[in-house]
Structure formats: C-alpha cells, structure tokens
Design a protein around this ligand. Structure first.
Ligand SMILES: Cc1cc2nc3c(=O)[nH]c(=O)nc-3n(C[C@H](O)[C@H](O)[C@H](O)COP(=O)(O)O)c2cc1C
Length: 208
C-alpha cells in the first residue's frame, strides 16, 4: 500500500507534527511505500500527485486557535477540486495542541471530517494529542509518551487495514499540574528573552 504523510505545521525545524509522523512511520511495516509532503512548503499539485497514488493519507498538524492552521486550510481548499474525482483514499489525522487535554482538538477533527465529505476522501481515524509540547520529551512508547505509543499501535493496525475507527484521545503519562508549571516557566523565560516582564504577559488588550 502507498501512504502519503503530510506535515501540517508551518515550522521549518523542530515541529511536533513532523516528529509524530516519523514516529508513526517507524511502526508501519517496511513493505508499504511512503511519500512525504510539507503543507507549508510543497505545492498543492505535488501533494495531490502523492495523494492520488495513495491508499491512505496521514495529516499531522498543530491546533491553532481551536482550529486548523490557516496555511493548511488554504491547501485543503486548493486540493478540494483536484480530489473531487478521486475515490478510495482514506484519511487519518493526528492533531496536537498546547493544552493538556486532548479534547481541545475535537473541533479541528470535526473540520477534517467535513473536508472528507467535501472531497470524497474516506474518514479513517484521528488521534488527538494533548500536551503536544511534551511529545518530543521521550521516544514514543516510553516514559511520558507511553500512552501515545499504545495509541499509535492501534492507529497503525487501522491504517494497514484501511479501517475507520473512533478518535483516540491521548494525554501524557505525566501529571497535569507539573505540565502547567513547566509551561508557565517556559512562557516567562521566552518573555524575558524577548524583553518582556512577567506582568507584561498578563496584559489583556481591549480588541474593540
Ligand atoms: C498561533 C498559535 C495558536 C495556537 N492555538 C492553540 C490553541 O488554540 N489551543 C492549544 O491547545 N494550543 C494552541 N497552540 C499551541 C500549539 O498547538 C502547540 O504548540 C503544538 O505543539 C505545536 O505543534 P507543531 O510543533 O507541530 O507546530 C497554538 C500555537 C500557535 C503558534
């Protein structure tokens, strides 16, 4: 079977989405052929060319403002007319977010299901990953990423059979309060590097 992996993060380096796709691919049997595409840097034509030759497509992206990053929405809109006459491609999705709770990703997953209806892609399955900032802290399947490893084992089985299944919600094997504390320290450090004081990070602007 042919599989297209699409990275949905705009980051050039260090993206969690790309990391998750590579970890998933490690678990996929070597007999399957993989095509790799980048939503921010590859043309819609070249991505479509991979997709039309594939049985399964896996898109991994970060949650942006409870939704899909805008560059990826644009790509999806561009692919829509091209995919209209394609049949038999199953879509799998991995969404990761900064919040600890995986459920934050559900609206974006529903949007991807709508896209399947628009394009004729078959809905496969989604993995919703909470605390995405931690996903690269350990190899998938170990330590804080133990739950993630188990979910990927299930996802791989479903991809290889082109099965459709319910969303898998994944939180790390790590306490929520510690994750929040670490995130807080991270924000303060980043703020300082950019010339901001702690209280500057709390400023709320009136958007009227
Ligand atoms: C512009 C922007 C908007 C974001 N919006 C959300 C959000 O609404 N909810 C959330 O939990 N995380 C949000 N995040 C955090 C990212 O989803 C998180 O950092 C993710 O791990 C990044 O994945 P990537 O490395 O693949 O880009 C946002 C990040 C950015 C840069």
């Amino acid at each position: 079977m042919n599989i297209t992996y699409i990275t949905g993060s705009p980051k050039k380096k260090g993206s969690t989405s790309r990391f998750l796709l590579e970890a998933l691919d490690q678990k996929i049997a070597a007999e399957h052929q993989a095509f790799w595409a980048d939503s921010a840097f590859d043309s819609p034509d070249s991505i479509y060319d991979f997709m039309r030759q594939s049985d399964a497509v896996v898109i991994a992206f970060p949650l942006y403002v409870d939704s899909i990053p805008s560059h990826l929405i644009r790509l999806m809109e561009q692919l829509e007319p091209m995919l209209k006459d394609q049949r038999g491609i199953t879509l799998y999705v991995i969404v990761n977010c900064g919040f600890y709770e995986a459920e934050q990703n559900h609206i974006a997953i529903d949007m991807m299901k709508c896209w399947c209806k628009q394009t004729g892609l078959i809905w496969g399955q989604a993995v919703a990953v909470g605390a995405g900032g931690m996903a690269q802290a350990a190899p998938v399947g170990t330590g804080p990423s133990t739950n993630l490893g188990k979910a990927f084992d299930k996802l791989v089985l479903n991809i290889e059979k082109l099965d459709s299944r319910e969303t898998l919600d994944i939180t790390p094997n790590f306490p929520r309060f510690l994750y929040k504390t670490m995130a807080q320290i991270g924000w303060n450090t980043e703020g300082k590097k950019n010339g901001l004081r702690r209280k500057d990070l709390k400023i709320r602007r009136d958007l009227q």
